[in-house]
Design a protein around this ligand. Structure first.
Ligand code: 13P
Ligand code: ZN
Length: 277
């Protein structure tokens, strides 16, 4: 079986296409990485090419030493991934000290992993600390979240509470809430550090005026919360617009409603983000 026929590669390509169809990936916007398990590496290895030279990551992540990632390419368009995986995505190996990567499959014609690869690596390491089953890190240019970041105070509590209260089941999907990274230059180690710090607390983080990072143990559990968070943000924008721009809505989900929902669904809400009676 060729690499492109393996289930995790097909799932990866499908997710890129799903995100594009949602309108989250204009031009080369957004990126996706997937941490392969040992069976997937074994299945893919026969198709590996002569490895490229090692490239410095500009950081060290010892917990990822020797691991393999499937990653989107820098400057590549999500809309093209499904049609031509080998030119738009690739498999990279991390070296034994967690300081460099090399391409072992795909990313043909001199392509490189996403410019956000440092953020993805740090986020993988951060999520693995709190959830050893985490495999997926997904960055999307979600319009509702970007719009919301123009209007709302950029802090974790404010964002989480607004999103939870837009749709009843939001609090069940992301009961820890979301983190918020203020505007920063993308593609570097500074934004990677700021994001991964939040990803130890939350499974998703907003990048103000930029988009969203989401994580999960598989493609569904990363895409699902990203979809839910973005839908809640769009509901907020639409509700405000329909309300003459005001955020004082006639009817709103209360803190008690949030707590009651979590109780019934057996999930633990982030207590710091709800008012106690
Ligand atoms: P890449 O094309 O390098 O993945 O960059 C896209 C992006 O969204 C940067 O934040
Ligand atoms: Zn981006």
């Amino acid at each position: 079986m060729s690499i492109e026929e393996l289930d995790f590669v097909k799932g990866f390509c499908r997710m890129c296409d799903d995100g594009f169809k949602q309108g989250w990936h204009e031009r080369n916007g957004g990126n996706l990485t997937y941490l392969m398990d040992s069976d997937e590496v074994t299945a893919a290895k026969p198709d590996f090419l002569e490895p490229h030279g090692w490239v410095d990551l500009g950081m060290q992540e010892t917990s990822l030493a020797g691991r393999y990632f499937l990653t989107t390419g820098s400057g590549k368009y999500m809309r093209n991934v499904l049609e031509d995986p080998a030119h738009n995505i690739g498999i990279v190996e991390i070296n034994d000290s967690g300081t460099a990567y090399r391409i072992v499959w795909g990313l043909l014609n001199g392509a490189k992993p996403t410019s956000e690869f440092p953020t993805h690596c740090m986020n993988h390491a951060a999520r693995l600390e709190v959830d050893p089953s985490n495999r997926v890190i997904y960055h999307s240019h979600t319009p509702g979240i970007i719009e919301m970041s123009n209007l709302v105070e950029l802090d974790d509590r404010t964002f989480s509470r607004i999103l939870w209260k837009m749709m009843t089941e939001c609090v069940v999907v992301f009961p820890q809430g979301v983190g918020v990274v203020p505007w920063m230059v993308p593609g570097g180690v500074d934004i990677a550090k700021a994001t991964s710090k939040l990803m130890k607390k939350y499974p998703a983080a907003v990048w103000a005026q930029h988009g969203l990072f989401a994580s999960g143990s598989d493609f569904d559990t990363a895409f699902g919360p990203a979809h839910t968070i973005e839908k809640a943000a769009e509901l907020y924008i639409a509700s405000r617009a329909a309300n003459g721009g005001s955020d004082k809505f006639l009817n709103a989900i209360t803190d008690q409603n949030l707590k009651d929902t979590c109780c019934d669904f057996h999930v633990q809400i982030n207590q710091d983000f709800v008012d106690c009676r």
